[in-house]
Design a binder for this molecule. Sequence first.
Ligand code: WTA
Length: 637
Amino acid sequence: MVPKIHSLGGYIHEFQKSIANPETFWAEIAEGFYWRKRYDKILEWNFEEPSIQWFKGGKLNITENIFERNLYTIGSQPAIIWEPNNPEEQNRILSYNELFEEVNKFCNTLKKLNVQKGDRIAIYMPMIPELTIAMLACARIGAVHSVVFAGFSAASLADRIIDAEAKMVLTADGGFRGEKITPLKNIVDEALESCPGVETVLVYQRTKLPVNMVSGRDIWWHDAIAGQSEECKAEEMDAEDNLFILYTSGSTGKPKGIVHTIAGYMVYTAYTFRNVFQYNAGDVYFCTADIGWITGHSYIVYGPLLNGAKTLMFEGVPTWPDAGRFWDVVDKYKVNQFYTAPTAIRSLLALGMDHINDKDLSSLKVLGTVGEPINEEAWHWYHDHIGRNRCPIVDTWWQTETGGVMISPIPGIIPTKPSFATLPLPGVQPVIVDAEGIELHGNSVKGNLCIKFPWPGIARTIWGDHERFRETYFSNFKSLYFTGDGVQRDEDGYYRILGRVDDVINVSGHRLGTAEIENAINSHPLVNESAVAAYPHPIKGQGIYAFVVCGELSTGGEEGIRKSIKMAVTNLIGPFARPDLIQLVPGLPKTRSGKIMRRILRKVAEGDASDLGDITTLLDEDVVVKIIDGALVEVKR
Ligand code: WTA
């Protein structure tokens, strides 16, 4: 079992131990797992190349640590509690024994279809247990899963399949989301027009939406698994073999395939899950994220299952059939730990108390948030109305690249403060540096958040582009991992995340690169160029404000072009990346050398143009005046 921190003294002790000797600290935790062969070396690293190897030489399989290690004690206990989109439909509860059988059956299916160790499998599925089954089956036979969030468009899915060189795609006919059905298989068909490397598509029937099955390529899931044995020996894997690729947005260029390897990720997600949620045997834990994002990977699938936890998987949306859906689920299953995003809290807060007052939320012990800064109003509402003043809130800061939570209160142990992620977990060594990379010591400082020592869950590379990995995270500040976030350490030494300092926008907890959105907008035939900035949005946290230069207007006029720009973004990325505001402008503010002065656009979007800083290098100041005059938000001059 993974050790659990029980007191403030215990936290301080563990933290100090982890700083004094990180290797032995993590090795003691790694002891609790099942290794086919013990590792030779705990850690080998340098942040220059960078090269990071944890538990080198160790042999294991992560699924043996979920199943074989625990089945004799928890085999008949629920592993996945699945709540469907429609509350009228029958739920599903899979015990660890049942999940194990399903995973094995699917392992044998994949093997029969010629999937080999190291092959990449793209997974584009709704939130159903088969998604988890597929991920674990990949891990068990040594294939590398690359889950793509089922809200991405065909073009984005194709980019990811091509980049990962996936040879198989796992999908469903469709996915239920509230009243809507997403035609997943049709989207896959469209994507595969540009992915000749894909040999097989397995299609799970979820919605009965009619689909076109391409002969020789597409197979119904039920047919493929029929008759497969429920036994499959796990592949022996190297500690540093790849476990999965998950794409995320950066400030430039196309999405990056973040690579996580087996042993370090296993140890880190298991340890952080148990401590951040103070999970106890028998508790019911509910994370509302989609498995298509890192939160779902680490804290619906791997972290909980490695701890033998009961993990609740919810297919639906928070507002259907009504705004009380989350609280219905909490009440129905007597959920003990509840983990969601600030944007969900803000949207439910805005809908009032009618859907909450009649629910029994007394089972809740810990509330969590992740993905974006939580404002104080939302924090207090969550604390008072959902936690009913009894439950500590864990504001967990972390990233796709960190694999698991890095800065967070330990609930009931570290006193919380609204909008603060508080203190680093044991094993995490944050530093704050100024623009020149000078470390800012002491309290009451603000700057760039970096980490100075590796933790087991850190990403190892960007798939197919190690140089980009080095440049993005390890070149800004010497010998430090740079997170891209701004941070404050207050007078008590508590950390508060201030948001991204690069060209990444965080919309409802979804990470989007401005360049990615601009590329999509620029694909519109009438658009000459564009620049995107974030503006404060009451529900989404940040909204997308696009400044667009068009050559001419089509017959639909300004409204028509706005609509078709939104459509272009939906088609190239997905509906969640659609700009909220589109201002048609005569030109963009540029320097004489032709560089867009984004700083100015950010200020306009934020509604404060009173101090634009040095604008002497501007090519044409008049453009700025026109942009401010036509701004879609109120701008202070
Ligand atoms: C932001 C999500 C404030 C941050 C797990 C980070 C947060 C990015 C918090 C990573 C938090 C995440 N408070 N901001 N508690 N958690 N972020 O990769 O900007 O989707 O860099 O991982 O989300 O987003 P990602």
